[in-house]
Design a protein around this ligand. Structure first.
Ligand SMILES: O=c1ccn([C@H]2C[C@H](O)[C@@H](COP(=O)(O)OP(=O)(O)OP(=O)(O)O)O2)c(=O)[nH]1
Length: 283
């Protein structure tokens, strides 16, 4: 097996092998293939295939997202050739990774489908009809024959014209666990955590304020109770001393009354004695 060089390619390639064909797209020992019109992005808003046209020429591949890209050209590989495909280095170096395979079988005919992944940190923009892919051709030592030739009966990609819906359905299923989406989730969790911490701190400050208020209130209540009990004790003592003073006064009044009665009795007896003596004197 030998690879076709630039001069071999100029002889071998034509618009039957690559449609549409442009001889100026031969670069060293490869041919440059361009981006077609049909694309599918895993983060497409409605989850559908998008079509590029003269007004809407570009596609943006976001970090961490898969995209299915179709070549503009239809390739026809003769049974005695095998081709190899890749993405141009300048796009790979931005982080665009070719996830899908890298060969085209003898007998294959159709547009080539590339599954790419943006492993870089920035959005990568591609434009329809611009050259992003390379194809190399190799001569087989012996041509493929019979069922070894890629065909529509036993193979799945023969006459590939458009993005097969099977692949879209597979990419739609579930969530894409790309480092970028994980990074976004971590960012969201971090924000959530920070908000929770702020919330807890706010509650802590509020609780401390309430606790201070409660302690102040308790101290005030305790002081009031203390003073009330003091006032009550003072009132009780005062009432007790007033009662005992009243008792003393009553006793003294009773004593005075008793003395007054006995004094009146003594006066009466004296009066009687005086009256008797004056009667005796007048005799
Ligand atoms: O990235 C790729 C790789 C391959 N192909 C085309 C060319 C290739 O000849 C054909 C089949 O490739 P492969 O044999 O790797 O795929 P498969 O899934 O085994 O398909 P099949 O069952 O048809 O052989 O698909 C692409 O369009 N894109």
């Amino acid at each position: 097996m030998a690879f076709l060089g630039p001069s071999d390619l100029k002889i071998f390639l034509n618009d039957q092998i690559i449609t549409p064909f442009d001889i100026n797209r031969i670069e060293q020992a490869a041919y440059e293939l361009s981006l077609g019109k049909e694309i599918y992005r895993t983060d497409a808003k409605d989850g559908k295939i998008e079509l590029l046209d003269s007004k809407n020429r570009t596609v943006e591949i976001n970090p961490g997202q898969f995209t299915l890209l179709l070549t503009k050209e239809t390739i026809t590989i003769p049974s005695d050739k095998l081709a190899f495909i890749s993405i141009k280095a300048k796009h790979k170096l931005k982080g665009l990774v070719n996830v899908s395979g890298f060969h085209v079988d003898p007998g294959f005919k159709g547009q080539l489908l590339f599954s790419v992944y943006n492993a870089g940190p920035s959005t990568i923009t591609l434009e329809t009809s611009k050259p992003y892919f390379l194809i190399w051709f190799a001569e087989l030592k012996t041509a493929a024959i019979g069922n070894d030739v890629y065909n529509s009966t036993s193979n799945n990609h023969q006459n590939q014209q458009g993005i097969p819906t099977d692949y879209i359905d597979a990419l739609k299923r579930g969530e894409l666990a790309s480092p970028n989406s994980i990074l976004k989730k971590i960012g969201l969790l971090e924000n959530g955590l920070q908000n929770s911490i702020k919330d807890v701190e706010r509650k802590k400050v509020r609780n401390e304020y309430l606790l201070t208020l409660l302690i102040g209130l308790l101290i005030s209540v305790a002081i009031k109770l203390y003073w009330d009990s003091k006032a009550e004790e003072y009132g009780y003592q005062k009432r007790k001393s007033e009662e005992s003073a009243l008792q003393e006064i009553t006793e003294k009044i009773d004593l005075i009354n008793t003395n007054a009665v006995s004094l009146s009795k003594t006066v009466d007896s004296l009066r009687k004695v005086i009256a008797l003596e004056s009667h005796e004197a007048t005799k």
